[in-house]
Design a protein around this ligand. Structure first.
Ligand code: FAD
Ligand code: SIN
Length: 533
């Protein structure tokens, strides 16, 4: 058994910044299922929303967040996260993060942070590193982690299940004692024990057939917390990003909303602008509205995509501001300075998650959750662009402070080693890949941008059948990462559908044709689920 003071699951922004903050107080293990940089964070493009300019104010950022959240944000959480932002950004810069700067006009060469604009923001307030903000965040944090002798990173280690006192049969309050982890190289399952465990495992975009997320985003943290008995909330609010590159060879490549922030315009394949008649902010309307408008435009025209046109901007500006998007599109034969970009909506962000406060506390003692895996109340029914990196940054700091101040006494419970039973090696991995594809297609077709009760019920039945099959497989065969991730996406699919069926209204990202309007009785009401014993 490996014993630590702090156990961190995940090496994106939430996990790495928490680890750095608790490292002076004890030994830290970071368990991460692929290479250390592989995370949603690493692919973030647009940037981090935070108030840093004199033209802006906390009040405006709060107002924009609440407006995007469509009556479901927790205002106190929004205020805390917005107001803590500038101090955390300053620390990140101190640590070595290089945000893009610009020359202040008429100032003899003085420089300030460049601010991008994205949908739903009334001001320019997005700090960015060109269009590779996430990669720069990971670089800076991983360099800082490498200097910390108290932190050990376990790459290619996949957390399977949380170990809790109740699961082990102890009475009293449920307490998290650690986690069982699959070492992907050796195939062995190891026990990691610690009085404090942080879930920083990110989101679940891979539950859908089309997503902007990398392969790690299989909702493992949500599924683990759910199995351990933690409350999970608002899973119906899945954000679809309006503009993922449409190209047969491009897997999950995002065209940042910042492109629309700099003047990019959405057009039909005939070249006609269609957002004008939908929303006063046109192509920069909140994401739920833009994604639905694109979905409707594609259904109307029968086309597989729409166009995003920024060719009216000078080529030099585009190449400098969006070097990664320019280069990647060019590698697929699309020159964004000369031709419009074919785009489609794709699953992007999970607004719900493990229910926490802004200090990352869950309802299991010793278990914290921060970042995309959590549901703090910041995003409500629809996340404002670039608020998620801000949330991960602020809440990881707060959770670290809380965990250091309230470190639980090591539990008296005896933790048994992982029990593989009579499991044997699987000889039919095709079952796993078939079920994997089926879940993702069901979710795309029946639980997508536009929902109906009938489609949700159909999806619920099919997912339940698949889950029964997966459970059987799980007990019969030795666990592999593919099987574990399959089990997790099935659980997350079940939770999304269950939440969507419980909300009898359309609000933010949950759009249901059977209830096309918001129901005032459901404003400020979270959809909270808890697994029975
Ligand atoms: P992640 O960064 O996803 O990290 C999760 C970590 O957990 C990974 O290291 C993963 O390997 C690990 N992990 C997962 N499961 C397990 C397991 N079972 N065992 C061990 N390790 C595990 N947000 C913004 O605010 N601004 C943006 O500009 C922006 N752009 C985006 C662009 C793209 C293409 C994408 C996909 C997302 C974007 N987002 C953006 C969203 C944002 O990147 C994420 O919400 C945020 O990075 C989440 O950080 P995190 O630390 O919670 O999780
Ligand atoms: C983007 O760059 O469009 C992504 C921003 C976000 O998801 O917050």
């Amino acid at each position: 058994m490996k014993q630590f003071d702090y156990l961190v699951l995940g090496s994106g922004l939430a996990g790495l910044s928490f680890a750095l903050k608790v490292a002076p107080y004890g030994r830290v293990a970071i368990v991460t299922k692929k290479d250390r940089a592989e995370s949603n964070t690493n692919y973030a493009q647009g940037g981090v929303a935070s108030v840093t300019s004199k033209e802006d104010s906390f009040e405006l950022h709060v107002r924009d967040t609440l407006e995007a959240g469509a009556g479901l944000c927790k205002e106190a959480a929004v205020r805390t996260i917005v107001e803590d932002g500038p101090a955390r950004i300053a620390e990140l810069i101190e640590l070595g993060m290089q945000f893009t700067e610009r020359e202040i006009p008429l100032s003899h060469g003085a420089r300030e942070l460049d601010l991008g604009r994205e949908g739903g923001h009334s001001k320019r307030r997005i700090l960015h590193a060109k269009d590779i903000t996430g990669r720069e965040i990971e670089r800076a944090l991983l360099a800082a982690v490498a200097d910390q002798p108290n932190i050990t990173i376990f790459e290619n280690h996949l957390a399977i299940n949380l170990i809790t006192s109740q699961k082990l049969g102890y009475s009293g309050d449920n307490q998290c004692l650690g986690v069982y982890v699959l070492d992907k190289q050796s195939g062995h399952v190891e026990t990691f024990a610690a009085p404090v465990t942080l879930l920083a495992t990110g989101g679940s975009g891979k539950v859908y057939l089309y997503t902007t997320n990398p392969d790690i985003a299989t909702g493992d943290g949500i599924a683990m917390a759910w199995r351990a008995g933690a409350a999970v909330a608002n899973m119906e609010f899945v954000q679809f990003h309006p503009t993922c590159l449409y190209h047969p060879k491009a897997k999950s490549f995002l065209i940042s909303e910042a492109v629309r922030g700099e003047g990019g315009v959405l057009k039909s394949i005939e070249g006609v602008e269609f957002m004008e008649k939908v929303h006063p902010l046109k192509s920069l309307a909140p994401r739920d509205i833009v994604a639905r408008a694109i979905d409707s435009e594609m259904k109307k025209s029968g086309a597989d995509y729409v166009l995003l046109d920024i060719t009216h901007k000078p080529a030099r500006f585009l190449i400098d501001r969006f070097p990664n998007i320019y280069k990647t599109c060019l590698s697929y034969g699309i020159d964004i300075t000369k031709e419009p970009i074919p785009v489609v909506p794709a699953a992007h962000y999970q607004c719900g998650g493990v229910l926490t406060n802004v200090d990352g506390e869950t309802d299991i003692a010793g278990l914290y959750a921060v970042g995309e895996v959590s549901c703090t109340g910041l995003h409500g029914a629809n996340r404002l662009a670039s608020n998620s990196l801000l949330e991960a940054l602020v809440c990881s700091h707060r959770a670290a402070q809380r965990a250091v101040a309230n470190k639980p006494k090591p539990a008296e419970c005896k933790i048994p080693p992982w029990h593989a039973g009579n499991a044997s090696n699987a000889d039919e991995m095709v079952v796993v890949s078939h079920n994997w594809d089926e879940i993702r297609r069901i979710m795309w077709d029946y639980v997508g941008i536009v929902r109906t009760n009938k489609r949700l019920q159909r999806a619920q039945k099919r997912i339940a059948n698949l889950q029964a099959e997966i459970q059987e497989y799980y007990w019969d065969f030795i666990v592999t990462s593919d099987l574990l991730e399959l089990r997790n996406i099935a659980t997350v699919a079940e939770l999304i559908i269950a939440c969507a069926l419980r909300r009898p209204e359309s609000r933010g990202l949950n759009y249901n044709l059977d209830y096309p309007n918001a129901n005032p009785e459901w404003a400020q009401r979270d959809t909270v689920l808890r697994k029975g014993p």
